[in-house]
Write a protein that binds this ligand. Structure first.
Ligand SMILES: C[S@@+](CC[C@H](N)C(=O)[O-])C[C@H]1O[C@@H](n2cnc3c(N)ncnc32)[C@H](O)[C@@H]1O
Length: 367
């Protein structure tokens, strides 16, 4: 048979599988289709839903389990950008939701073990902005940035990609930044003359907040030349105690250089929020925390911009839990709190949305 015929066959088999699930046909019939190699990855033409979405719509737990065991894709999104997990959530079906979410965690952890570049399709490679040139670190660092106010009057820092502007940092995130500093200050044992490390200046929102704590040392790592120019124009190079490391954090936070960056006893507060990097980069950063934070139980604190996967509630949940598991492997326990973002309805202006979940899950690690 020609490859066109094969494709037709797969399409038909895929459509039939989804139809039968939606028609709530008996489990044995579906089992037979699976045994006959019906494509579990197939997403139908009408709505872009997969067999797992269909099982979620019919709230068929045993079937969803069977599909997952046979390799159904947990993070496929339909035309409305919903995953099967989101559909389970919309029915308030916790058991079904947990089944799908846990499959996601397992698959992603496994992919992580195989390492990046293993060819697997990890949902956590979803960057801050999916599928754009802005998603690749190098391309981002070479693209000019624009600092301005948007039509809602919020400060924004935008990157232009193929004629489209994408927010690198936007004023609406102030809420997240101030809650982060609040939580970090409350958790930190040392209250005066703290030593702070922040990766990624952006609009300088969090650095301005850190300055209100009168740090003795405030190290800022920033890679983008336009951001560095902006920092210089605003006097950041002249602030007492502020030390700006020009370059990517990977240039300083590595086996070779780390010792020259970390003050004696470690930093009291560490924060990272670097645009355009994927989860692998964040996880690499985690590895240096034991050195950055100094001796364990010294009451130093760490937080990071928890924004991966945040255009979809299920993927966001999976990303959040994976970060928690990886931090646990390093001996760090994460205390989560929620920041309600419902007030920030006019978040986007003309930027492509990168955080559409209604709640920000704020991580805090107390060393
Ligand atoms: C989202 S912004 C940070 C916003 C900041 N938290 C604030 O409160 O305004 C991300 C910043 O990280 C910088 N950046 C991106 N990749 C980086 C890297 N590998 N190392 C250091 N800085 C990086 C970007 O140039 C940008 O200024």
């Amino acid at each position: 048979a020609s490859s066109d015929d094969e494709l037709d066959e797969l399409t038909t088999a895929g459509e039939v599988l989804i139809e039968k699930i939606l028609a709530e046909e008996p489990l044995e019939d579906i089992q037979r289709l699976i045994a006959d190699d019906a494509p579990l990855w197939y997403q139908n033409q009408m709505e872009g839903i997969s067999c797992l979405h269909a099982a979620a719509y019919t709230q068929n737990y045993p079937l969803a389990k069977l599909l997952i065991e046979n390799g159904a894709v947990w993070n496929a999104v339909d035309y409305l950008r919903n995953t099967a997990g989101d559909i389970a959530l919309s029915f308030n079906n916790e058991e079904l939701y947990n089944l799908i979410r846990d499959a996601g965690i397992r698959q992603e952890m496994l992919m992580g073990l195989l390492g990046s570049g293993s060819g697997g399709e990890s949902a956590l490679v979803l960057r801050t902005v999916d599928d754009s040139a802005a998603a690749s670190g190098d391309a981002f660092l070479q693209s000019p940035l624009i600092y301005r106010k948007d039509e809602h009057g919020q400060d924004v820092c935008m990157v232009s990609v193929d004629g489209e502007e994408i927010g690198v940092m936007m004023g609406w995130e102030s809420n997240i930044m101030s809650s982060s500093v609040e939580r970090m200050s409350a958790g930190c044992e040392k209250k005066n003359g703290v030593h702070v490390l922040n990766v990624g200046f952006g609009l300088g929102i969090i650095d301005t907040l850190f300055q209100t704590l009168s740090p003795n040392l405030h190290v800022i790592v920033e890679a983008h030349p336009d951001v560095l120019k902006h920092m210089r124009a605003r006097g950041w190079y002249d602030k007492p105690g502020v030390k700006i490391l020009e370059g990517r954090w990977q240039d300083f936070i590595n086996e070779e250089k780390l010792a020259s960056v970390v003050p004696e006893g470690g930093f009291d507060m560490v924060y990272t929020d670097s645009f355009s990097e994927d989860y692998t980069a964040l996880r690499n950063f985690f590895k240096y925390l034991p050195t950055l934070l100094g001796p364990s139980k010294n009451g130093s604190v760490f937080s990071f911009f928890n924004g991966l996967g945040a255009t979809n509630p299920t993927i966001y949940d999976v990303a959040t839990r994976i970060a928690e598991l990886h931090l646990a492997e390093l001996g760090f326990n994460v205390q989560w709190s929620d920041v309600d973002l419902c007030e920030q309805r006019n978040r986007w202006g003309e930027s492509r949305p990168y955080f559409t979940c209604p709640t920000y899950r704020l991580p805090l690690v107390v060393n």
